[in-house]
Design a protein around this ligand. Structure first.
Ligand code: LLP
Length: 429
């Protein structure tokens, strides 16, 4: 699952005590395990090895340069969705040919920038976008490959905000329009339309939605081939799960074993597969450290008010997402045997773990049985490596938190904590 574990009642990331990191870097603080990132990437790569896919890390989930560099060095490509993400990806020495660019609202400036960077593949999401891409590619004289993002109308059975493959979603083009799309644009002189892109949602905890969407994509690809269009790339998107609770997600090889049989022969015949994993690599590789500022009672409820909140980790308040929360220092009897919604350990108290912001929706964990907390206690919010820091904001004018990367028994700051001066840097009074 990851390299965060308790030793003698203290939480460690690899060989470093989380308490030591908090003392050095302060809180709130995102702590990442380099080894967990590596292991998750390697496990996915090995599981899908029979398809020899290009694995493009989804930059949106964890976009710190040190993380992008670590994954680039392991051979990852990058999945970007904005000019800003492309800028980040291009800063760490990755090969732009291994970059794919999706997103429903690419601006002219972003398209031009991506063309100039000579990225490998545009994932195009609408007719109008293709026409715009074709116009700009023609103006700049730069040739590029493109995949059509199709909407397979498959239910990924996930939160409605992150469900992207159903008919009513804003993403991609309906499957029924795909053939007409290729007839209209499949012979463009600058944009070579030669791939199909799918991304049905995130996280997807069963393999069936993948089977259904890949099967539909293959039928489409055969139809297109019969009509003379050569499709050499199938991008399956991301969406594989993570362990917010212990063993919640199918392991990489389970997704792989389901998908590989559908594609093995086609890969042998030259089809290139792309994966765009984010969460499954990053989520368990990061923990958010926060300090309890105060404890208080209101009515029957017991609050632990922390220095992190919805501005630091938006997921609980925005999606109702579960993150396991536990103190970093506990008596041996209170070391959590696993990460779960309910643990039956002695002396736990029903607690609301909330942030400092002026909103009732500002919480990290609601109605949670936790060891009794006191001012100054350090809490770990687990599985926060994906869509944690990358969705953090400065709401209520809190500077963005610090990020730390652990390697073995060493750690280093990979993003400094912002200062008050950073808050107003771009403002004119
Ligand atoms: N490819 C595309 C086109 C995507 O839109 C996404 C995620 C991914 C790949 C990576 O998906 P992953 O492997 O990480 O599941 N903020 C939400 C998740 C939003 C996902 C957006 N798209 C959350 O915190 O759960």
């Amino acid at each position: 699952m990851d390299d965060f574990r308790y030793l003698d009642g203290s939480l460690f990331c690899e060989g470093v005590a989380m308490r030591e990191i908090a003392e050095h870097a302060g809180t709130p603080c995102y702590v990442y395990s380099a080894e967990t990132f590596r292991q998750h990437f390697i496990r996915l790569r090995d599981a899908f090895a029979p398809l020899n896919p290009l694995i493009c890390f989804s930059v949106k989930c964890c976009s710190n340069l040190a993380i992008l560099r670590l994954l680039t060095e392991l051979g990852a490509g990058m999945d970007v969705v904005s000019g800003g993400e492309l800028f980040r990806a291009s800063k760490v020495g990755g090969d732009p040919k291994k970059f794919v660019y999706a997103g429903v609202g690419k601006s002219d400036a972003e398209i031009r920038y991506a063309l100039e960077q000579r990225i490998g593949l545009f994932n195009v999401e609408s007719e109008m976008e293709f026409e715009n891409l074709s116009r700009i590619a023609g103006e700049t004289g730069i040739h590029v490959g493109a995949a059509l993002r199709v909407n397979p109308d498959v239910d990924p059975k996930t939160h409605r905000y992150t469900s992207t493959g159903k008919r009513e979603s804003k993403f991609g083009v309906d499957l029924e329009r795909a053939a007409a799309f290729f007839h209209a644009y499949g012979r463009d002189p600058f944009v070579s339309l030669r791939g199909i892109h799918l991304h049905i949602g995130s996280p997807v905890y069963t393999t069936d939605p993948y089977l259904e969407s890949v099967t539909k994509a293959l039928v489409l690809m055969d139809e297109l081939a019969a009509q003379g269009f050569h499709i050499d790339t199938l991008d399956l998107g991301g969406g594989f799960g993570a362990d917010y609770e212990s063993d919640q997600s199918p392991p990489a090889h389970e997704y792989a074993q389901a998908i590989i049989p559908l594609l093995r022969d086609r890969v042998a015949n030259g089809l290139r597969i792309i994966l765009e994993p984010g969460r499954t690599i990053a989520a368990n590789a990061g923990v958010l450290l926060t300090k309890v500022q105060y404890v208080k009672r209101s009515g029957d409820r017991h609050f632990a008010i922390c220095d992190a909140g919805m501005h630091t980790l938006l997921r609980p308040s925005h999606y109702g997402a579960f993150h396991f929360v536990w103190p970093t220092e506990v008596d041996q009897a209170l070391v959590p045997p696993r990460r779960a919604r309910e643990l039956f350990l002695p002396g736990l108290e029903r607690t609301e773990v909330v942030g400092p912001l002026c909103e009732t929706g500002d919480f990290l964990a609601e109605d949670r049985m936790l060891p009794p907390l006191n001012r100054g206690d350090l809490l770990a919010v687990f599985t926060a490596g994906a869509y944690g820091m990358s969705m953090a904001s400065r709401y209520n004018s809190h500077p963005l938190p610090v990020e730390v990367l652990v390697e073995g028994d060493r750690f280093r700051v990979i993003r400094e904590r912002e200062t008050y001066d950073d808050l107003i840097h771009h403002e004119m009074a």
